[in-house]
Design a protein around this ligand. Sequence first.
Ligand SMILES: C[S@@+](CC[C@H](N)C(=O)[O-])C[C@H]1O[C@@H](n2cnc3c(N)ncnc32)[C@H](O)[C@@H]1O
Length: 268
Amino acid sequence: MSETPAIPAESPVARAVPPVVNRIVRGDVLEVLPAWPDGCVDLVFADPPFNIGYQYDQYDDNRPPDEYMAWTQRWIGQCRRVLKPGGTLWIAIGDEYAADVRVAVRRQGWFTLRNWIIWHYTFGQNCKLKFNRSHTHLFYFVKDGARFTFNVDDPRLRVPSDRQLKYNDKRANPNGRLPHDVWTFSRVCGTFKEREGWHPCQMPVALLERIVLACSNEGDVVLDPFAGSGTTLVAAARHGRRWAGVELSAEYARKAEGRVTEETAAVR
Ligand SMILES: C[S@@+](CC[C@H](N)C(=O)[O-])C[C@H]1O[C@@H](n2cnc3c(N)ncnc32)[C@H](O)[C@@H]1O
């Protein structure tokens, strides 16, 4: 069941389309997105650089905090503009800037926060002098708190409940329940078959599939403005969504587009 009432067909937003579909545009998100029309995208998943000194091939991931946050607000503003009125934005962010991002979005009044998901991962880095970090924050925002897509009844989202598993309770919903807000997915380690090997921070496709299935419908447009290895777009293609990405690095853009195109050919 989708919670989004249809946008009237005569609305200009109902007709807006992104300039590219099923492609990854090589470029800077702040140069690419401003050329896109308002309201042409249903779902955005953004996993930006976290400003923690990661080694990307093109990008300097070590900027003064105020500069990083000013930049963050600019790309979030562009994502908001290209989203349809019933659109959804997910942002992945580390501990260093999670609070700043949450406060910035609230101050702007841009979105309603539906969930603050903790992605709990296994196979993190090992710390010797403090507790090991094993999570990333995932903000689930909607543009309009009364109108959005959330496919509560999709069986691919649902998990068995304690009533079913532990208590053998007759009142249990036979269709299980929605997942809690702490999600456990392993990181994509070097030895995993899924690992592409040419990008430093590939996310697990299963995590993106959950988001795509919950927050979009077949034929919708899914945008990843920091496409990286193309994980979001693989999940979108796998489930019959149209997809579009933006990626600063020419090499990542080319390889990620190849990865998604292969996936699309495989599901045909
Ligand atoms: C954290 S990674 C995304 C990883 C992705 N979620 C995946 O699963 O592969 C961030 C990506 O953003 C790209 N990037 C950095 N600055 C950018 C910008 N201004 N515009 C577009 N892409 C950018 C980096 O090259 C990097 O590939």
